[in-house]
Design a protein around this ligand. Structure first.
Ligand SMILES: [Mn+2]
Length: 387
C-alpha cells in the first residue's frame, strides 16, 4: 500500500502587507485562511506525512496571534499522529547570529514537529510507515550561499530508506520563474536514490521527473506579489511507494482575486476620470486591482492627475488599487515633466555604486567582499522587486 503525503510550502504567514493600508490585517487573514485550509484538509484526510518546505512565516518575528494559531494547527496534526517535517525558507531563516533562532524552533521544542534547522549539514530521520522504511532528510535555506553555488553539490542524503525524501527551499534547475541571482539546485546534484524532492521557494506549482526522482514545488498558498498573478494556488497530495511517486495531485485553494488592467492614456486625457470610470465598472470589494498606465502624460493631463484620489476610489470600490506608471512624459520643455530622468531603479543604482567601489578597491580581500556584496544584494533586490 502506498504512503500518502501532504506537501505544502510558502505560506508566508504574517506578511506585512503595508500597501493594503487599513485593510492589511484582512490581507494577513487571507494567508492564514489558506494555511487553515491546508490544515483542515490534512485533519480530514489524515496523510501519513505532512511536509512544509519553508517560508511558513514571512519574517523572523511573526506576531503572537499567528504563532499561537500555528501552534494549535501543529498540535492538532500531532494528536492525529501525523508526523510533521519542516525547514526554514529564505524568509524565516536567521541571517545573522544576532537575529537568534528561527520562529520554527519552538514548534520543534514541543515535539509536535521535526525541524531540520541546519543549512550546512544534511539532517535525516527514518520512520516506519505502512511497512515502508521512510527516510526524510532536510536542509534549511542557507543565506550565505552565492548565486553560483549549488546547494546540494557538497551534500548528500543517506538514502537508506525504501523511499527517500528531501526537503529543500531552493529553486531547482528546469523550473520556471526564478530570479537570476540566486543559487539553484542543479539536476546533476540530485541524489540518484531520492524518491521525492519536496521543494519550496518557487511560488508556482510545478513538477518534473528526473530519473526515478519526482521533483515538486507546490508553490505559495496565496499570491505574495503581482508577479504571481494568474497562478493557481494550492498544495500537493501524493502517494508513493518503493517504486516511486504513484500519484501526485494539486489541490487548489480559493484565493483573493487579483488583476492588472492596462490602460492606454491618449494625449491630454483626463486620467482620473478614465481610471475612476474603470474602477466603477470593475467594482468588486474582493478584488486586488492594479493599473498599468501606458501612453502619454502631457502637461494638460498632469495638471488634472491626482493619483491619491484614484487610489482612494480603488479602496472604496475594490479591495485595493495600485498604479504602475509606465507613461511617457511629453512636454514642450524637455525637463519640465521628467522627474524620473534623474532617477535610476534601485537595482541599477546599487549595481553602479558597487561596481564603482570594486573598480577602486585595490586590496584583493576587500575587493572579493565587495563582489560578494554585489551578488548577494542583487539577489535580494530582485526578490523585492527593486527593478
Ligand atoms: Mn517564499
Amino acid at each position: 500500500m502506498p504512503i500518502t503525503i501532504l506537501h505544502t510550502s510558502d505560506s508566508h504567514l504574517d506578511i506585512p502587507a503595508v500597501k493594503f493600508q487599513a485593510r492589511r490585517y484582512e490581507r494577513k487573514k487571507d494567508f492564514m485562511n489558506s494555511f487553515d485550509t491546508v490544515i483542515e484538509y490534512a485533519l480530514e484526510k489524515k496523510p501519513d506525512l505532512f511536509l512544509h518546505s519553508g517560508d511558513l512565516f514571512d519574517g523572523l518575528n511573526p506576531r503572537n496571534p499567528v504563532r499561537a494559531r500555528v501552534m494549535d494547527a501543529f498540535r492538532k496534526l500531532h494528536e492525529k499522529n501525523i508526523p510533521i517535517f519542516i525547514i526554514s525558507g529564505n524568509h524565516d531563516v536567521p541571517r545573522a547570529r544576532r537575529h537568534g533562532v528561527a520562529p520554527l524552533l519552538e514548534y520543534a521544542r514541543t515535539g509536535f514537529v521535526t525541524f531540520f534547522q541546519d543549512w550546512e549539514t544534511m539532517q535525516s530521520e527514518t520512520i516506519e510507515l505502512k511497512n515502508l522504511k521512510v527516510e526524510i532528510s532536510g536542509i534549511s535555506f542557507n543565506p550565505t550561499l552565492l548565486p553560483s553555488e549549488d546547494p546540494l553539490s557538497q551534500l548528500s542524503i543517506p538514502g537508506k530508506g525504501d523511499v527517500n525524501l528531501l526537503l529543500a527551499h531552493y529553486n531547482v534547475e528546469g523550473l520556471r520563474g526564478t530570479y537570476p541571482h540566486e543559487p539553484d539546485i542543479m539536476l546533476k546534484s540530485i541524489p540518484r536514490n531520492l524518491t521525492y524532492l519536496a521543494a519550496g521557494h518557487n511560488h508556482e506549482f510545478q513538477k518534473q521527473k528526473v530519473g526515478n526522482t519526482t521533483i515538486c514545488t507546490p508553490g505559495s498558498t496565496e499570491h505574495v506579489t503581482f508577479a504571481e498573478e494568474g497562478q493557481k494556488k494550492g498544495f500537493v497530495w501524493l502517494e508513493l511507494d518503493s517504486d516511486g511517486v504513484q500519484d501526485l495531485k494539486f489541490i487548489p485553494i480559493d484565493t483573493r482575486p487579483m488583476q492588472t488592467i492596462e490602460v492606454t492614456i491618449p494625449k491630454d486625457a483626463n486620467i482620473n476620470q478614465m481610471l475612476i470610470k474603470e474602477i466603477t465598472r470593475l467594482r468588486n470589494p474582493q478584488l486586488i486591482l492594479r493599473f498599468r498606465l501606458k501612453g502619454m502624460m502631457t502637461i494638460k493631463s498632469a495638471e488634472k492627475y491626482r493619483r491619491a484620489e484614484v487610489v482612494r476610489h480603488g479602496f472604496a470600490k475594490c479591495f485595493s488599487t495600485e498604479i504602475i506608471d509606465e507613461l511617457e512624459y511629453v512636454s514642450p520643455e524637455p525637463d519640465l515633466l521628467t522627474p524620473e530622468s534623474e532617477l535610476k531603479p534601485p537595482i541599477t543604482e546599487y549595481q553602479d555604486y558597487l561596481n564603482a567601489r570594486i573598480k577602486q578597491e585595490k586590496d584583493p580581500e576587500k575587493n572579493k567582499q565587495l563582489q560578494r556584496a554585489l551578488e548577494r544584494g542583487l539577489g535580494l533586490l530582485e526578490e523585492l522587486g527593486g527593478w
